[in-house]
Design a protein around this ligand. Structure first.
Ligand code: ADP
Ligand code: MG
Length: 352
């Protein structure tokens, strides 16, 4: 296969299948939005019942290590989908499970089902269908949620002057992967927390819901903070995200024993965190803090949305502690760009 990234691939081959109706939100966000009336091809004005739909696949060897415990895999396969609903401010309701299994292994299936069930129970969603086939291990889940059309928080609607926020502690999952693959010592104080972040991600459903009417734009960090941050402005050539080095939550990772350079790379480019990255007007700072408190999640104000006067200028810049600015290239995971999980030993020049 020639070189192409995931987004170019979708744009080239699948955009033409996208819905023409403006009342449907199709390709390009964390979940599609389908007013129930649109699904019935009837009256599209009923904004009260909009379905949020999303699907994500986990493939053995690509998304998880071969020794990943089946319980954790079950949890994670559902959690990563629920995270996309959280990123829309949607309330999850149900999911479909498509399983491709290399063989019938009841012990594995029992563990996997336990993990799926634990996550389903925790977030109050029901399994309503799916598919089971034989082949190399892969799990596809399609999750459904509901959100009033006007309340859905999209990726593309940030405003100049907004604050940029991130929930929780991005970087932990990538550090957990480094521990799991022997590239970081298993004796560091943060190890168990990092591994839990990798294996049992907690979709930020409550925070997503609490941010309705507060966040102007939002997505979840599945592929890496900087890479996903680019998606907030990719359809907005007039906007740049300015991330402040001093505001990034690096110190907690270092305090947990992560070498500073690895912590930095994990924070900015590590995938699999499933934290929420969002923008909100500065007058809502108290409201954001209150939403986070109610959801039981920490939030960090890491930058702001500034005007981009030349479209070619960088969509993402880092304001260093010394006041200088540098471009932040998209760092993270792309299925067609990298064959290996993020290697935290590789330091891009701009991070040095
Ligand atoms: P996320 O990381 O939030 O799961 P992705 O990066 O996987 O989102 O996908 C970005 C957008 O592209 C989403 O809106 C998704 O629905 C859409 N997409 C991905 N693959 C395809 C495909 N094969 N056909 C149509 N749309 C796709
Ligand atoms: Mg997403």
């Amino acid at each position: 296969m020639g070189k192409i990234d995931e987004f170019a691939l979708i744009a080239r081959f699948f955009r033409s299948c996208a819905p023409p109706e403006p009342s449907i939100l199709g390709i390009g966000d964390d979940a599609a939005l389908l007013p129930c009336a649109s699904a019935l091809r009837g009256n599209r004005d009923d904004a009260s019942a909009t379905l949020a739909l999303t699907t994500d696949t986990l493939v053995a060897g690509s998304h998880f290590l071969p020794d990943f415990a089946p319980q954790d895999l079950g949890w994670k396969a559902l959690a990563v989908n629920l995270s996309d609903l959280a990123a829309m401010g949607a309330e999850p309701t149900a999911f479909l499970l498509a399983l491709t299994l290399p063989r019938y292994d009841p012990e594995w299936l029992e563990g996997f089902a336990r993990g799926v069930q634990a996550c389903a129970q925790r977030y109050g969603v029901a399994l309503i269908g799916g598919d089971t086939t034989r082949g190399p291990l892969a799990i596809t889940i399609t999750a459904l949620g509901v959100v009033p059309w006007q309340a859905a928080i999209r990726r593309s609607t940030a405003q100049v002057g907004d604050d940029l926020w991130v929930s929780g502690q991005p970087g932990r999952a990538a550090l957990g992967l480094s521990v799991r693959t022997g590239r970081l010592s298993g004796d560091l104080p943060g190890c168990s927390e990092w591994i839990a972040a990798l294996e049992r991600p907690q979709p930020r459903i409550a925070l997503g819901l609490a941010l309705r009417g507060i966040a102007t734009a939002m997505l979840d960090i599945s592929d890496g903070l900087t890479q996903d941050a680019h998606h907030l402005v990719e359809t907005r050539p007039e906007l740049t995200l300015c991330v402040e080095e001093a505001a990034l939550p690096l110190a907690p990772l270092v305090a947990q024993g992560a070498p500073a350079e690895k912590a930095w790379a994990a924070l900015l480019g590590g995938g699999d965190d499933y934290e929420l990255l969002f923008t909100a007007n500065p007058r809502h700072r108290t409201a954001v803090a209150e939403a986070a408190r109610r959801a039981g999640v920490s939030v960090h104000r890491i930058g702001s949305v500034v005007p981009r006067f030349i479209p070619e200028a960088s969509p993402l810049v880092l304001l260093r502690r010394d006041g200088t600015r540098t471009t932040l290239p998209p760092q993270g995971w792309d299925p067609f760009r990298v064959a290996e999980p993020l290697d935290l030993d590789i330091q891009p020049e701009s991070f040095s």
